[in-house]
Design a protein around this ligand. Structure first.
Ligand code: 2AM
Ligand code: CA
Ligand code: CA
Ligand code: CA
Length: 267
């Protein structure tokens, strides 16, 4: 029998410790490197934080497997067993430029099924978390189930670059009409933050064209636990080991965004 209470206790303890380490790193400038392109940043703190988690997990739960953005985890091709999907710093650009608006994100899955989700706002010491079937929390506050809202009253998280061009859908037929009809848009630069903003009702929806498993693994569990919907642009379930374009939204609004707007972009 898997003891999820013990796993949850350790995960929270390690998040707090990793958070303290990140905040104490602010006194010295991080070492900034680029990955696939000049806008794709990574720092020694991203790497050290991921290593911190992989060491703790391997020491404590030797049978668990790890998928991490910075490559200190395992090579995973199957969802079997217990998998920790970790983004040590989600919002590295914010971390580098703003020293805020970045999160540690962790999703724990068993045979592909969601079990525990965490998004930790290190600077504000705000922990968003969920245990599948038992609800989601913002620190000690239990989050309410999300209620339907019309597009006209919706505040939507979207990165403006997707409105200009993308390879998936024509924005003129899809995103531009949606942005026109919605009450407003916001862009925070951290996918994990935008997921938990939907979970807390601070955003009504979040649309993003390409996220990796570590960007959404934690947030997805939290959003779904309050009745929010998470899918690809066609409304299909996400593959948790692959990159996906994503729509996250309140129930009802999610279907509306896909049917009335995004479906216009597919032939
Ligand atoms: P990251 O900071 O962990 O890379 C906005 O930049 C959001 O998109 C962040 O959550 C960021 O996660 C994610 N993202 C995914 N791929 C990215 C890339 N190639 N460059 C910048 N951000 C990326
Ligand atoms: Ca990154
Ligand atoms: Ca990320
Ligand atoms: Ca990251």
């Amino acid at each position: 029998m898997v003891n999820w209470t013990t796993i949850d206790k350790h995960a929270k303890e390690w998040l707090k410790e990793a958070g303290k380490r990140i905040v104490s790193s602010f006194v010295t400038a991080p070492e900034i490197m680029t990955k696939t392109n000049p806008d794709d940043l990574v720092t020694n703190i991203d790497q050290e934080t991921e290593q911190f988690f992989t060491e703790k997990i391997r020491e404590t739960f030797s049978s668990h497997r790890i998928l991490g953005e910075e490559g200190f985890g395992d090579e995973l091709t199957k969802v079997s067993g217990i998998i920790w999907i970790i983004d040590p710093i989600d919002g590295t650009t914010n971390f580098v430029h703003q020293q805020r608006n970045f999160m540690i994100s962790i999703g724990i899955y068993e045979d592909g099924e969601p079990r525990l989700g965490y998004v930790y706002d290190v600077v504000h010491q705000d922990l968003y978390y969920a245990k599948s079937g038992e609800g989601a929390y913002w620190n000690d506050v239990k989050l309410s189930l999300l209620k339907e809202v019309p597009v006209e009253k919706a505040l939507i998280g979207i990165n403006s670059t997707w409105l200009i061009s993308n390879r998936l859908i024509d924005p003129r037929e899809t995103l531009i009409p949606l942005v026109n009809d919605a009450r407003g848009t916001r862009s925070y630069g951290s996918a994990a933050l935008e997921f938990v903003y939907v979970a807390t009702g601070r955003l009504d929806a979040y649309i993003t064209m390409r996220l990796s498993p570590w960007d959404f693994a934690g947030g997805k569990i939290i959003v779904e636990e309050v009745g929010g919907k998470v899918s690809n642009l066609r409304g299909e379930p996400l593959n948790i080991l692959e990159k996906n374009p994503i729509v996250v939204a309140k129930p009802g609004l999610h279907e509306k965004i896909i049917q009335k707007y995004l479906s216009k972009g597919f032939s």
